[in-house]
Design a protein around this ligand. Structure first.
Ligand code: COA
Length: 182
C-alpha cells in the first residue's frame, strides 16, 4: 500500500520525504527520546540513511515496512516517527515502533500515534496481530500501549544489545478481534 495517508483528530501519518531529515534527527538524535530505545542517539548521516531506506522500502513490492512521519495538523510539523514492519516468518503479523519529539510528550499524542498505526495495520493491511517490544524501564511506553489496548504478553530475555550490555524487552500485543471490539 502506497502512499499511506491516515488522520486522527490532531495528527496524521504520511510517507517520509528527503526534507524530513532534520525533524527526524530532532527525535532520533535526542538523548532523551532514545533513552529507552535499542540504539544510541543517531547522527545526521545515520538519519539521512534511515529516511532514504524508508523511502525506498515504501515503494518496494511487496511492501513489508511502513516507516512513516507523524505530522501535527495544527502546525504541519513532523513530531514523530512511526513504524509497522510485517513479520517475515509469521502470517499477517507486524511489529510496531513509535517515537515522538519530547516537547510533545504528555498531551496524548503517543496514544493517538499508536491508534493510527493500529488502524493502518488492522483496517488497511488486514493484519491479525500487532506487537511492540519496549525496555523494562520504559514506563511511558508501557502506559501508552496499555491505553491503546495492547496486552502485556511477556518478556524476551537479553533481546537488545545496547552500550555493550544485553537487556530484556517486554512485549505488548493486540489481535484484530480485540481491535474490532474497541
Ligand atoms: C512513549 C511516548 C511515545 C509516549 O508519548 P506521550 O504522548 O507522552 O504518550 P500518551 O499519549 O500515552 O500520553 C501521555 C500522557 O498524556 C496525558 N494526556 C494529556 N492530554 C491528553 C489527551 N488529550 N489525550 C490523551 N492523553 C492525554 C495522558 O493522561 C498521559 O498521562 P500519564 O502518562 O501521566 O498517564 C513518548 O514518551 C516517546 O516518544 N518516548 C521516546 C520513544 C519511545 O520510548 N518510544 C516507545 C518505544 S517502545
Amino acid at each position: 500500500m502506497y502512499p499511506v495517508s491516515r488522520h486522527s483528530q490532531r495528527l496524521g501519518l504520511r510517507e517520509l520525504a528527503t526534507d524530513d531529515v532534520d525533524a527526524v534527527l530532532a527525535i532520533y538524535g535526542s538523548r532523551e527520546a532514545t533513552e529507552h530505545l535499542s540504539f544510541e542517539p543517531r547522527s545526521r548521516e545515520d538519519v539521512g540513511q534511515i529516511v532514504a531506506r524508508s523511502m525506498a522500502s515504501a515503494i518496494a513490492s511487496p511492501r513489508s515496512e511502513y516507516a512513516l512521519a507523524v505530522v501535527e495538523h495544527e502546525t504541519g510539523d513532523l513530531v514523530g516517527f512511526g513504524r509497522l514492519a510485517t513479520d517475515p516468518h509469521q502470517q499477517r503479523a507486524a511489529t510496531l515502533g513509535f517515537a515522538l519529539h519530547p516537547r510533545t510528550w504528555g498531551a496524548g499524542y503517543g496514544l493517538e500515534t499508536v491508534h493510527l498505526l493500529l488502524a493502518l495495520g488492522f483496517e488497511d493491511l488486514e493484519l491479525h496481530r500487532i506487537w511492540g517490544a519496549r525496555s523494562p524501564l520504559n514506563h511511558a511506553s508501557a502506559r501508552t500501549m496499555h491505553r491503546a489496548g495492547m496486552v502485556e504478553e511477556g518478556r524476551i530475555r537479553e533481546h537488545v544489545l545496547k552500550n555493550g550490555k544485553w537487556r530484556d524487552s517486554i512485549v505488548h500485543g493486540i489481535l484484530s478481534h480485540e481491535w474490532d471490539a474497541k
